[in-house]
Design a protein around this ligand. Structure first.
Ligand SMILES: Cc1cc2nc3c(=O)[nH]c(=O)nc-3n(C[C@H](O)[C@H](O)[C@H](O)COP(=O)(O)OP(=O)(O)OC[C@H]3O[C@@H](n4cnc5c(N)ncnc54)[C@H](O)[C@@H]3O)c2cc1C
Length: 375
């Protein structure tokens, strides 16, 4: 009986656990470790901030779900891993000390490197966890006039909630009759584009932003937030009354001491999702060193590939599944300008783009489907 340890109870960890439990049944011991017993459906956090759903709608209890799949669940904080001795060091939680494993799936997601932007913690809102999204929601309720600035910091790698927040705020101000006394600006560190590669997507997005009167300021690499003013590394400044920024990302720190990550702590993996230079270890999701944005559907696909190859490895077969680095995203504009985009990031092909109210609806349906099939 092999001991399979999955670290992280997000999209990557939950999908890997499900696939492994379904294929392996009781033959092997599968355990998932996560710092929180709740799974969070992050794409819903913009809707949470705008009061379109409740706290309970965006999360579910992992312990219960894992138990149903006969996967052990441990609520604990992973400090670091020791692949030479095949052990995971737990800092605190339901267990402490070391957890041995035969096979490891690393799915600890991203670390928010807010310390890279001076004043971020004190003066900026973000919506990358449930509490922060609710706090931002209170600030939105109190915002009735002035300049709202929304954007990504350098290294943020998550454009979707930036655009969705700007569109939702535009609609909110319109509904309250406060649009004329307010201004919305998106700031981007990217000098050349809307960060969504593919000219058709950029054009469609530019038109939607223009029709909402949302300004777009490129080449604005935020490096400091002071009360009421954003400062960029190139000396530019923008005053604000309300600010929401996606902070810089890094890979999860639990593996950063091992020489198996890039400079930003993202784990180096090959297309089978095996970690390069380490035996019996797979990594999936936001924590891996792949180009482009960090997206939930990528974590899901990577987890399926990793689980398939892990099963092969346990059963003495060669890896049979390879990950293709594809970006699929929906930017929900709340109406007919909602945008779907698909692009294979390892190929130099143009993105395919669709636009329409359908995509706003489809995103909501996908969320409900996810909950129904995974909670
Ligand atoms: C506001 C927002 C909107 C988004 N919108 C979209 C979208 O529209 N479409 C899309 O595809 N993607 C979207 N994403 C991105 C998507 O949510 C992520 O790509 C996805 O969550 C990555 O999955 P993951 O499993 O790698 O990491 P996560 O989902 O972050 O899971 C990591 C897990 O590891 C646990 N963990 C972390 N560190 C430790 C530790 N030291 N010890 C124990 N446990 C730990 C965490 O608690 C968590 O359970 C959005 C993200 C946000 C924040």
């Amino acid at each position: 009986m092999a001991r399979i340890l999955i670290l992280g109870g997000g999209f990557g960890g939950v999908v890997a656990a499900r696939r492994l439990a379904t294929a392996l049944g009781d033959q092997h011991d599968i355990t998932l470790v996560s710092r929180n017993r709740l799974f969070v459906f992050y794409p819903a956090l913009v809707r949470l901030a705008f009061g379109k759903c409740e706290r309970d709608d965006v999360s579910f209890d992992l312990r219960h779900t894992m138990l149903e799949r006969r996967v052990n669940f441990i609520e604990a904080e992973v400090a670091r891993i020791n692949p030479d001795e095949r052990k995971v060091i737990i800092a605190h939680g339901e267990v402490e000390g070391q957890l041995p494993y035969d096979y490891l799936v690393f799915a600890l997601g991203r670390r928010l490197a807010t310390e890279r932007v001076t004043g971020f913690y004190e003066h900026a809102h973000h919506l990358l966890n449930v509490d922060k999204a609710l706090q931002f929601g209170k600030a939105l309720a109190a915002f009735h006039r002035g300049h709202a600035v929304i954007g990504e910091c350098p290294g943020a790698r998550l454009p979707v909630p930036v655009y969705e927040t700007a569109f939702a705020l535009s609609r909110l101000l319109q509904d309250r009759g406060e649009k004329v006394q307010s201004r919305i600006t998106i700031v981007s560190p990217d000098p050349s584009s809307l960060q969504l590669d593919g000219s058709q997507a950029s054009l469609a997005l530019q038109q939607s932003l223009a029709s909402h009167g949302i300004e777009f300021v490129r080449d604005f690499p935020v490096n400091r937030v002071a009360p009421g003013v954003l400062l960029a590394a190139n000396g530019s400044t923008i005053n604000f009354n309300l600010v929401m920024l996606v902070p810089p990302f890094q890979g999860a720190p639990a593996a950063s001491h091992l020489g198996i990550t890039n400079d930003e702590s993202y784990l180096n993996v090959n297309s089978t999702m095996r970690v390069v230079g380490v035996e019996r270890m797979y990594a999936v999701g936001d924590c891996v060193n792949f180009s482009g944005p960090k997206l939930g559907h990528m974590a899901v696909r990577q987890a399926e590939v990793a689980a398939t190859n892990l099963i092969n490895e346990i059963e003495g077969r060669e890896p049979s599944s390879n990950y293709v680095h594809e970006m699929r995203l929906v930017i929900d504009e709340g109406g007919a300008d909602s945008l779907y985009m698909r692009k294979e990031l390892w190929l130099d092909e143009p993105a395919s783009v669709r636009q329409g109210r359908f995509w706003s609806w489809a995103k909501l349906v996908q969320e409900k489907y996810w909950r129904a099939t995974h909670s």
